[in-house]
Design a protein around this ligand. Structure first.
Ligand SMILES: NC(=O)c1ccc[n+]([C@@H]2O[C@H](COP(=O)([O-])OP(=O)(O)OC[C@H]3O[C@@H](n4cnc5c(N)ncnc54)[C@H](O)[C@@H]3O)[C@@H](O)[C@H]2O)c1
Length: 249
């Protein structure tokens, strides 16, 4: 098991790719903190992990709120004794916004998708320093690499910020044994807040995937697992694109 003895906090783990990360990390031996704003879904993931013989806890956390981050990190350390891994996965989409010039939407996207990553690292890193190291995986997107039609540009800005704050943190904390990398999923099952299947904008993007299909959440989770594990011991500040070739064109 690749994460035996590790403690991981995963945000946005009540649904979608974060839930897949949580299930995979638990199967690989990690104790997992499922941090989200959706309590009922988070409890379901916790129960699935327990049924499979793993160990998990639920933390109510709005990732855009600094006081809640302080409490969340303290709760993990209090229950599991330490924090080795942080996966900053929670996010909202830019495609659910009907007005792509909305300033409120810009603020929301930056707060929930980008400021959250800064806050998570700010409060997790001191705990990792106490144990001599750790691994952080920040979930960006193909939208952090290229522009797109028909989504709010605040989404691209937020995911581009995730990409570069990852590199800054990697450089600043390398000597403390903390590795920081980003993962950039492409067309995965729709987010709760995005265009849904059948939407012409989404289908147009799907048609651009060289592999000719959507990715599966486990295909992203495997990339997150690799970067979080000791197998990636000399990898920091990198960006791992999981997009079926979308950005290779
Ligand atoms: N689905 C895709 O096609 C896709 C592609 C590229 C990148 N991503 C990114 O991957 C990550 C996961 O996406 P997903 O498809 O699993 O989305 P999802 O909508 O299925 O799940 C997102 C989770 O984040 C949680 N969340 C939202 N706002 C939050 C907040 N303020 N505080 C705490 N939790 C919050 C939600 O409750 C939900 O459980 C996101 O960062 C997203 O931007 C998704």
């Amino acid at each position: 098991m690749r994460l035996e003895g590790k403690v991981a906090l995963i945000t946005g783990a009540a649904h979608g790719m974060g839930a897949e990360d949580a299930r995979l990390f638990a199967r690989e031996g990690a104790k997992v903190a499922i941090a989200d704003i959706r309590e009922e879904d988070a409890r379901k993931v916790e129960a699935e992990i327990a049924e499979a013989g793993g160990e998990a806890m639920v933390i109510m956390l709005d990732v855009s709120k600094e006081d809640q981050w302080e409490q969340a990190v303290a709760a993990v350390v209090s229950k599991f004794g330490k924090l080795d891994i942080l996966v900053n996965n929670a996010g909202i989409s830019g495609s659910g916004e009907s007005d792509s010039s909305s300033t409120n939407a810009w603020d929301r996207l930056i707060d929930i998708n980008a400021k959250s990553v800064f806050l998570g690292m700010k409060h997790a890193i001191p705990e990792m320093e106490k144990i001599g190291g750790g691994a952080i995986v920040n979930i960006s997107s193909i939208s952090g690499l290229v522009g797109q039609e028909s989504i709010h540009p605040g989404y691209n800005a937020s995911k581009g910020a995730v990409r570069l704050v990852t590199k800054a943190a990697a450089v600043q904390h390398a000597k403390s044994g903390i590795r920081v990398n980003s993962v950039h999923p492409g067309m995965l099952p729709p987010m709760l807040t995005s265009f849904q299947r059948g939407d012409p904008n989404r289908e147009a993007m799907n048609a651009n995937v060289p592999m000719g299909r959507e990715g599966e959440p486990i295909e992203v989770a495997n990339a997150v697992l690799f970067l979080a594990s000791d197998e990636a011991s000399y990898i920091t500040g990198t960006e791992l694109v999981v997009d079926g070739g979308f950005t290779a064109k």
